[in-house]
Design a protein around this ligand. Structure first.
Ligand SMILES: Nc1nc2c(ncn2[C@@H]2O[C@H](COP(=O)(O)OP(=O)(O)O)[C@@H](O)[C@H]2O)c(=O)[nH]1
Ligand SMILES: [Mg+2]
Length: 247
């Protein structure tokens, strides 16, 4: 359990007899319930604009911003993106995204280890959601706490780079259970590492049998087309909803 922010739900078998522990669990439950209400209101707002909303989660340094930079550049003629960037400090990532020409807003969480639905609700106020196809939310680098916080997204996308070790889905199962898609990034480095790709995929499917997996390298470009097809499919599904509503 994350004792700093109290963001993980209580575990089964937790000792409820202790007063302090019970109070703490109550605060955590209230925190998550409040977040869930705000996430639902974000979701209603996003649905009104038929937005595809993705929440990118990973350890720091797995390549979230690099994947976004390449994606936004490659797809800028076909899709309109808006990007929320979450980090504890600095606007470094927002500056990198701004260089692609996409609308971007940086959210600094200070001591906070994750984005929450309230931050996202305010963060999107500056964007023109009517003209946006995909809202990308890059969460704070952390494989634990962002798993517990719904932001109103359609999908959590977990990015795992091959330098992190193939056992991470087993060590941080909540994150890989919460994700619909896992991007295995930096596969250009595979020849130089001891990383068992098949084992990594087996571990991910062990904790989440439904998870879709795409192997890619945003440096070499390998695998990026499959990611773009997945994005296109998601956007088309949203447009289908929009067309069906108009008929
Ligand atoms: N070799 C290689 N390096 C990558 C790749 N993607 C990202 N990186 C590097 O990984 C580091 C962290 O990337 P960044 O996008 O800032 O990660 P983030 O913290 O998840 O946003 C940077 O030095 C990137 O150049 C990749 O596909 N291959
Ligand atoms: Mg980043």
């Amino acid at each position: 359990m994350c004792t700093d922010c109290g963001c993980a739900p209580p575990q089964p078998g937790h000792d409820h007899t202790d007063d302090h522990a019970s109070r703490k669990i109550l605060v955590e439950e209230n925190l998550l319930a409040k977040n869930q209400r705000l996430a639902m209101s974000n979701r209603v707002r996003f649905a009104a604009h038929q937005l595809l909303v993705l929440n990118l989660v990973s350890s720091p340094g797995s390549g979230k911003t690099s994947i976004l930079e390449r994606t936004l550049t490659d797809l800028k003629d076909s899709l309109q993106f808006s990007v929320l960037e979450g980090d504890q400090q600095t606007a470094n990532d927002a500056d990198r995204i701004a260089a692609t020409g996409a609308p971007v807003k940086q959210i600094n969480t200070g001591a906070g280890c994750h984005l929450d639905a309230h931050m996202v609700g305010h963060g999107v106020e500056d964007f023109d959601l009517k003209t946006t196809d995909i809202l990308m939310i890059e969460n704070v680098g952390n494989l634990v706490c962002p798993a517990s916080f719904d932001l109103g997204e359609d999908h959590k996308v977990a990015v795992l780079s091959v330098t992190e070790g193939e056992d991470k889905p087993l060590k941080y199962p909540q994150m890989f259970q919460a994700a619909d898609l896992m991007l295995i990034n930096k596969i250009d480095l595979l020849p130089y590492l001891r990383f068992d790709l098949e084992q990594c995929k087996t571990f991910a499917r062990q904790v989440n049998p439904q998870i879709k997996i795409i192997e890619l390298s945003c440096h070499s470009g390998e695998g990026m087309q499959e990611w773009y097809y997945w994005l296109d499919h998601g956007v088309n599904q949203k447009r289908g909803t929009r067309n069906a509503e108009r008929e």
